[in-house]
Design a protein around this ligand. Structure first.
Ligand code: PMP
Length: 381
């Protein structure tokens, strides 16, 4: 067994070999610029990009014309939220979001608050869920956007997306969801779920880092201001020479996910459940964080009572996991997500996120259960 065992798939995933294979010719053979309109090099690159656009659109059940390629989900979130703010402000300036969003939404909102936006940060319940009633109560006459993540990156809680979409639709408010952690893991249908804007990222679904997409519903044409100006690529929504290799990889990863996500869901969920049961049966004073009914299949976030958080993570030499969020790991603050759902600083520090993926094996899970038991036992002595 290869050590350390990788159980940090929500931080990033390895590139699927099939994805890599598809990408390779576009580095040095079919290296054209997808915007070159006058020769075969350009046409080949453009065809590849348009094929990828179809593959991405297919995974979330929409039209390829509604997919804008970006450098990742951070950029997609910035474009969605800032782009809508710019066109609505000052007539409408209110945004509804949630305390437990990723920083790529929260920091954008903070930025806009400094420019005059008015932001409501909803507080989730102790499982990380927000209710449709909370959203309804927060709507104001000048609300132009509801931004609620599909599934939380730290605790896996899946929000009632379809119901939120319905409320947004009824009230004539745009609905954006950061679906970075959900795409490729669970089935998403932007039409059925009334989603107007959706952010996704390649490196969370076995495509490379540095590529992602924003789904922009066609009714937003002319209502979203580009945040990257230049050569008017991506129908003017996002300028910059297209990352053809990355886009080809993202497309292929979406196509693989579309074919396998139902089977992968069950496989990874079984392993996650085995890990949870193993830990619960063998270690006392543990608590699972998140919503047990509505949760990503590949993730478990567990608090270990009576141990010092920092020493706990130090013990995980042979297992790659994360505590809090890798994206904010420069800070030593306890996870704001865990604090928001009511954990004490002490317990938040002593929490570990195990996130599994399609390459996780049963043997790795058996090893992990025993390994974690040994660490916790020795710390509690
Ligand atoms: N949103 C969520 C929920 C995430 O988990 C991440 C990645 N940690 C991002 C946004 C940022 O994505 P990217 O790395 O593609 O910028």
């Amino acid at each position: 067994m290869k050590l350390p065992i990788y159980l940090d798939y929500n931080a990033t995933t390895p590139v699927d070999k099939r994805v890599l294979e598809k990408m390779l010719p576009y580095f040095s053979e079919n290296f054209g610029n997808a915007s070159s309109r006058s020769h075969l090099y350009g046409w080949t690159a453009q065809d590849a990009v348009e094929n990828a656009r179809l593959q991405v659109a297919d995974l979330i059940n929409t039209n390829p014309k509604e997919i804008i390629f970006t450098s990742g989900a951070t950029e997609a979130n910035n474009l969605a939220i800032k782009g809508l703010f710019e066109i609505n402000y000052p007539e409408k300036k209110h945004i509804i979001t949630v305390e437990t969003e990723h920083k790529a939404v929260l920091d954008v909102c903070e930025h806009l608050a400094r420019l005059g936006a008015n932001i409501t940060y909803l507080k989730p319940d102790e499982t990380g869920l927000i209710s449709v009633e909370q959203i309804e109560k927060s709507i104001q006459t000048d609300t132009f956007l509801i931004s609620v993540m599909y599934a939380n990156n730290e605790i896996g809680t899946i929000q009632p997306i379809k119901e939120i979409g319905e409320i947004a639709r009824k009230n004539n408010i745009f609905f954006h969801t950061d679906a970075t952690q959900a795409v490729g893991k669970i089935e998403i249908d932007v039409q059925d779920e009334n989603i107007n804007l959706l952010s996704l990222s390649g490196h969370k679904l076995y495509a490379p880092k540095g590529v992602g997409a924003l789904y922009v519903n066609k009714k937003l044409t002319g209502k979203l201001i580009a945040q990257m100006d230049g050569g008017k690529h991506e129908r003017g929504f996002r300028s910059g020479t297209l990352n053809v290799t990355g886009i080809v990889g993202l497309g292929e990863a979406c196509s693989i996910a579309k074919e396998n996500q139902v089977a992968d869901y069950q496989k990874v969920k079984n392993l996650r459940d085995k890990l949870e049961v193993g830990i619960l049966q063998n270690i006392s004073d543990v608590k699972i964080n998140g919503n047990l009914e509505n949760r990503l299949p590949n993730l478990t976030n567990i608090s270990f009572g009576g141990v010092d958080g920092e020493t706990l993570l130090d013990g995980f030499r042979d297992i790659a996991v994360s505590s809090g969020s890798a994206c904010t790991s420069a800070s030593v603050e306890p996870s704001y997500v865990l604090k928001s759902i009511g954990l004490s600083n002490e317990l938040a520090y002593a929490s570990i996120r195990f996130s599994l993926g399609k390459y996780t094996t049963e043997g790795e899970i058996d090893f992990t259960i025993q390994y974690v038991k040994n660490i916790v036992d020795s710390l509690r002595k």
